[in-house]
Design a protein around this ligand. Structure first.
Ligand code: B12
Length: 208
């Protein structure tokens, strides 16, 4: 049924996508498999966008479908997993960048894996990250960005946290163009390729 879900999402059949999600859950499919299908569907939509076979409204609709599917799956993931919070994370898409589909997936996965997530949204300036760390006492900051233009804001956010005296706050970065070379450029502690990497980095850090 994963394939059916992928097709429903990529064909923009919103109602079917939600119905199939519910059926998969009812049939005992692991929620994480449903998320994998969503990720694959988004990958396909990303390619279609790049080749000019789908356009901005479709991308936005796909993002909305993903949000709704997440809302259906979330209670089930929480039933299966831990409800107890094991750490605090401040998350956001950096200044100048408004891509939030991936950020939302990262936030969702951190949340269902036991982290208290403060999501600052998109286009977040460095000072706002600093303020949120101050207010929440978070020990992990997760920066998302998809544009080349996001590299400098990531670097400035890492600097701002250091200047504010949060030397023990760990920073991870991720998003389309990000790799380990960019991590070095920004001074972040780690780069994660996907939402599960974000979870395992945050776990390692709160347990160390
Ligand atoms: C969807 C999309 C949009 C949507 C965004 C909708 C939304 N609400 O997010 C819209 C249409 C609004 C959009 C706008 C723009 N976009 Co755009 N967009 C994309 C697209 C097609 C897909 C991105 C996406 O959401 N993928 C789905 C996610 C789920 O996939 P994923 O990467 O596997 O996600 C995982 C990782 O990224 C990781 N991750 C993400 N964040 C983090 C954080 C941490 C801490 C960790 C550990 C991991 C992590 O975990 C995720 C989940 O597993 C990409 C192309 C592409 N294929 O990447 C272009 C792309 C990113 N966009 C691009 C551009 C240029 C723009 C615009 C400037 C276009 C324009 N001319 O107006 C504007 C940007 C405006 C702005 N200021 O931000 C370029 C960027 C090029 C560059 N080098 O800078 C790309 C690469 C397209 C291209 N090839 O030209 N875009």
């Amino acid at each position: 049924m994963s394939q059916e879900l992928i097709l429903a999402i990529t064909d923009m059949r919103e109602e079917d996508a939600l119905k199939i999600t519910q059926q998969m859950l009812d049939n005992g499919t692991a929620p994480i498999r449903i998320l994998d299908a969503c990720r694959d569907a988004m990958g396909i939509i990303g390619q279609l966008f790049e080749t000019g076979e789908c356009f901005i409204p479709e991308l936005i609709l796909a993002g909305e479908m993903l949000t709704q599917i997440s809302a259906i799956i979330k209670p089930r993931l929480q039933q299966n997993g831990e409800n107890k919070k094991i750490g605090k994370v401040v998350l956001g898409t950096v200044e100048g960048d408004i891509h939030d589909i991936a950020k939302d997936i990262v936030g969702f996965m951190l949340d269902v894996n036991g982290f208290e997530v403060t999501d600052l949204g998109v286009d977040v300036p460095p000072a706002k990250f600093v303020e949120a760390v101050k207010q929440t006492g978070a020990t992990v900051v997760a920066l998302s960005g998809f544009l080349t233009l996001a590299f400098d804001p990531m670097k400035y956010t890492v600097q701002a946290l250091k200047e504010a005296g949060f030397a023990d706050v760990r920073v991870m970065i991720g998003g389309g163009q990000i790799d380990d070379q960019i991590r070095q450029y920004t001074g972040a502690d780690a780069y994660g390729k996907d939402a599960m990497a974000a979870v395992s980095l945050a776990r390692q850090w709160v347990m160390s």
